[in-house]
Design a protein around this ligand. Structure first.
Ligand SMILES: [Zn+2]
Length: 66
C-alpha cells in the first residue's frame, strides 16, 4: 500500500535519512509484515514512485499509488 502524505516536520526519509521539512510531501509505503517505509520526494523520484508532470506550465508532483 502506498499513500502520499504531508510532513509535519518530524519525518525522516527511510532511504537518504534526511528530515523531510514541514509541509513537504512524502510517500508512505507499507511493505509486507507491516513495515512502514517513508520516502522523501527525491527518493521517490529516484525509485520511480513519483514523477513530475507539467500542467498549465506548472510542475505538479504525482505519486504512484497502488
Ligand atoms: Zn530520501
Amino acid at each position: 500500500m502506498r499513500q502520499g502524505c504531508i510532513s509535519l516536520g518530524e519525518v525522516r526519509c527511510g532511504d537518504c535519512h534526511r528530515i523531510i521539512p514541514h509541509s513537504e510531501r512524502y510517500l508512505v509505503i507499507e511493505e509486507t509484515e507491516g513495515v512502514i517505509l517513508r520516502l522523501c520526494v527525491d527518493c521517490c523520484l529516484k525509485k520511480g514512485y513519483a514523477h513530475y508532470k507539467e500542467e498549465k506550465k506548472e510542475k505538479v508532483l504525482t505519486f504512484f499509488i497502488e
